[in-house]
Design a protein around this ligand. Structure first.
Ligand SMILES: *Cc1c(COP(=O)(O)O)cnc(C)c1O
Length: 220
């Protein structure tokens, strides 16, 4: 068995054990295998194994790696995780199924227009800058109601909130804030947790975890 498949199976087992331990019922988050920087050689074994959700953070890299693969494997869902420049929206709408990083009305409007042009409908997460960090993208928590309302006007299919909490702090505090807001806005999905904090994210009923390193190894 390829080591990445083994890593994915081990991760799935660990997630299930965590869910049992905390006593949640009828709950299983979907795992996005974050394949950014990794080649098809690393990705193909996971596709052969039947994995569905993959994540990338660069539009050009995603198109090069996934255009053919998605043509052949219609069930694959590709998630855009990084900062999306408005001049890349056209390409992004063509290749991705989900965008986790919508954080402005300008970007939302571009996506909405491009979706009409391409007759596509992506699922959208609004990215929150939960730690109010200057180097990070995302809207502030107190601005998200307005952005959500504007996205509704644009008929965007917003499914939930996403955040990257500050590193080396108690992430639970941030996960709790975003979970509360997600419930208030009545979203069905939630995008929390990466290799370092997916077990904490599960405690907050995240529906997607975004895991790179734990599956593919270290990025260089
Ligand atoms: C790279 C990335 C991940 C995966 O990070 P790992 O620590 O390798 O699991 C998750 N979310 C986003 C937004 C990323 O850019």
């Amino acid at each position: 068995m390829h080591k990445n498949v083994k890593n994915l199976i081990d991760l799935t087992t660990e997630v299930k054990e965590k869910i049992n331990t905390i006593g949640k019922k009828n709950y299983e988050p979907k795992i996005i295998a974050v394949s950014k920087t990794f080649s098809l050689e690393s990705i193909n074994p996971l596709i052969d194994y039947g994995h569905i959700h993959f994540g990338e953070n660069k539009v050009q890299e995603a198109t090069q790696k996934w255009l053919n693969l998605k043509g052949v494997n219609k069930s694959i869902k590709l998630h855009m995780l990084g900062k999306l420049q408005t001049n890349k929206v056209k390409q992004a709408v063509a290749i991705f199924d989900y965008i986790h990083s919508v954080d402005s009305i300008k970007l939302a409007t571009k996506i909405a227009n491009e979706q009409i042009r391409q007759n596509r409908s992506l699922k959208i997460f609004l990215q929150i800058n939960i730690g109010e960090e200057s180097q990070k993208s995302g809207v502030l928590l107190n601005e998200v109601n307005q952005l959500a309302a504007e996205c509704k006007t644009l008929s965007l299919d917003v499914v939930g909130l996403m955040c990257l909490p500050p590193i080396s702090t108690d992430v639970s505090k941030y996960f709790s804030l975003i979970k509360e807001k997600n419930d208030e806005l009545k979203f069905n999905e939630l995008s929390l947790g990466m290799s370092s904090d997916y077990l904490e994210a599960i405690e907050f009923n995240t529906t997607f975890i975004r895991v790179g390193t734990k599956i593919f190894g270290k990025r260089y």
